[in-house]
Design a protein around this ligand. Structure first.
Ligand code: ADP
Ligand code: MG
Length: 248
């Protein structure tokens, strides 16, 4: 479902991604862990081409870009647009539109991007709000919701475009601990439904319990990728072991 091959990315001459590759099968949940600044967010952003890799290839659901250093063409941009349509993204901050109700937030992309008739968009949005446990909050404004509810609304909004893959960048880092679980539970439910998900997280309990595989990143590379059982029982690299120790 997701293929990233040998991605390189530098900012102002500083290499941030140094040849990173990752294949994720349909229905898999892969957690990305690693120290702050190792390139997790940049990699996630490269997967949906919010950030354009300097080199390497990315494809999502068979829609791909093979990037050579040099000019980013109009055709590349169009292909990137098609790729992004298949990807839902959830950030640390909830990024809901403050002046729209929760329902409108979730309806917006289907209405504007997919040009769905209002009634259909609304039916879909209500079903998604129900799925994330926010059926009662449809008419509310984001500021009147708890952080956990806002993040669940953000997930519903990302799902509204019917993505093939969901990407999350530290989705619970801005939440109080007691609100974290309700967000993780939504991701767990999506996993049961067969959604393909890639999650940058520091929630090691979640990563361990729910991931099919966990990738440990360091300095712009995936140092090690394995099932949670294998990674926690016997990390192959000393750096992985050292990193995991902080969470045990
Ligand atoms: P992580 O998410 O693992 O903490 P990031 O991908 O955010 O790491 O950042 C990796 C490195 O790239 C950091 O040193 C960061 O300062 C740098 N970086 C990220 N985005 C940009 C940008 N748009 N411009 C310049 N430097 C950036
Ligand atoms: Mg980050």
């Amino acid at each position: 479902m997701v293929r990233a091959h040998d991605i390189h990315k530098a900012f102002n001459g500083t290499a941030v991604l140094q040849g990173i590759s990752l294949d994720v099968a349909e229905g898999e949940l892969v957690s990305l862990i690693g120290p702050s600044g190792c390139g997790k967010s940049t990699f996630l952003r490269c997967l949906n081409l919010l950030e354009i890799p300097d080199a390497g290839s990315v494809s999502v659901a068979g829609i791909g870009i093979d990037r050579q250093r040099g000019r980013w063409s109009r055709a590349d941009e169009e292909q990137a647009h098609r790729l992004r349509a298949g990807v839902g993204m959830v950030f640390q901050g909830f990024n809901l539109f403050a002046h729209r109700t929760v329902l409108d937030n979730v309806m917006l992309a289907p209405r504007v991007v997919q040009r769905l008739p209002r009634e259909q968009a609304q039916t879909r949005a209500r079903a998604l709000l129900d799925k994330v446990g926010l059926a009662d909050m449809a008419a509310r404004y984001p500021a009147t919701l708890s952080g956990g509810q806002q993040q669940r609304a953000a997930i519903a909004r990302a799902l509204a475009s019917e993505p093939r893959v969901m990407l999350y960048d530290e989705p619970t880092s801005a939440l109080d601990p007691e609100l974290t679980d309700e967000v993780l539970e939504v991701m767990r439910q999506l996993d049961r439904d067969g959604m393909t998900q890639i999650v940058v997280t520091h929630e090691m309990r979640f990563a361990r319990a729910v991931s099919d595989r966990i990738a440990f990143m360091q300095q712009g590379r995936i140092v090690e990728i394995a099932t949670p059982a294998a990674l926690f029982a016997a990390p192959a690299h000393a750096d992985t072991r050292r990193f995991l120790k902080h969470f045990l």
